[in-house]
Design a protein around this ligand. Sequence first.
Ligand code: SF4
Ligand code: SF4
Length: 393
Amino acid sequence: MPVAPRISADPADPADPLVALADRCVQCGLCLPACPTYGRERLEAESPRGRIALTRAWALDTIAPSAIADTHLDHCLGCRSCEAVCPAGVEYGALLTLARRRQRERRPAAWRQRLIEALAARPRWLGAGLGLYRLAHPWLPAAWRPLPRPPRTVAMPLSPGSTGPASDRVGLFVGCVADRYESPLRAALARLCGALGVVLDPAALQTCCGALHAHSGDAAHAQALAAANRDAFAGHITVLTLASGCHDTLDRALADGARAVDAIVYLADRIERLRFRPSTQRVAVYLPCTQRNVVKSVPALRRLLAAVPGLQVIELDAGYGCCGASGTQMFADPQRAAEYRAPLIEQFERSGAERLLSANIGCRLHLGNGTDLRVQHPLEFLAECLEETTPAV
Ligand code: SF4
Ligand code: SF4
C-alpha cells in the first residue's frame, strides 16, 4: 500500500507549499536507481526528479496539465523509495499527496476508484460483499477475480495462553479489506500476544485508515476516516498494526500520547519472552515498500524469524523494488501491476521456498491472486512455530 505522509510545509509560508517541497530537490538524480517506475521505463518523466519538476511546473503554471503528464504522475507507486535515499531530504511522499489532491480537483477520479474508496470507507458493506465474493469465487471466470478468495472467518481469542490478569492491554487496528481477509492473522497475533499475557482490543468503532483515499487525492474523506479512528481508539496508548501500508496514516490519526506500533516491532521488543520450535522449512519473504521505507520494521522481522531454530529465510529482491499492488493500481491497471509482480513470483518459484511471507495486506492480496502460492503474514508463520510452553511473564 502506498503511503500518504504528513504535509509538513508551513501553511503560513506565503510560498506555495508544493513549490516549497519541490524546491528542496537539487536534481542530483541519486533517487533514480531506487525508483521502480524509472527502473522499468528508463524515462526521466517516470522518475522522482521528473515528477517533482512536473508538479512544480504545474503549481507555477508554467506548463498546462495534459493527459500524458497526468499518466506519469498516475504511474507513481507511492513507494517512497526515492525519499528513503534522497540526500537533500526531499519529502516526496508529502509532495505526491499534495500534487494528487490538486490533480483530483481538476480531474475527477474514475468510477472504479470512487467505488473502491466508498467500499473501503464502509467496512461492513465491504465485509458483506467479500462474504458473497467468497461464495461465488470458485465459479467466477479469472477476469472477475480481482482478489484471492477470502478465507473462512476465524474467531479471535482475546487472550489465549494468558494465565493471569493481563499485564498489558493494547488496541488492534483491523482495517477495511483486511477485516475480512485477516481473521486468521488476528487469531495468530492473539496467540503470540497471549503468550506474553497481552490482551488485544479491536476497538469496535474503528474504520479504514484512509491511506487509500489520501493517496488518490481525496483529502476530505481521508480526514473524516482519521477522525473516526481517533475517537475509536481514544484511551489507548498503543495500537498495534498488521499492515505496513496502513501504519503511518493510522499513527497520524491517533490522539496525542497514543501511537501506532507495528505488531512485528511490538513482538520483537519482547522476543526474550517468546519460544519457537525448530523448523527445517525454507520460507521466502517479500519486504513491502511501506515496511522498508516508512515503518522500518525490517530489522525487527529479521530478529523474529532468526528466533526460529533451523529456519531458512530467503528475501525476494528480484524486479523493480515494488510488487506493483500500489493501493488501487492492482485493480485500476492489473496488467501493469502484474508486470511488477512477475519477477518476484519467478524468484519465489526458483527459491524452493514453501511459503511466501509479507507484512502488508495489499502486497499479499496481489502476490497471491490467481496463483496457488501459500502467502501469509510473517506472524501467522511465527504463531505456528510458537512453543506451547512459552512463559507468560
Ligand atoms: S535524490 Fe532528492 S535531491 Fe536528488 S533528484 Fe532525487 S529527489 Fe531530487
Ligand atoms: S514514490 Fe516510488 S515510484 Fe514514485 S517516484 Fe518515488 S521511488 Fe518512484
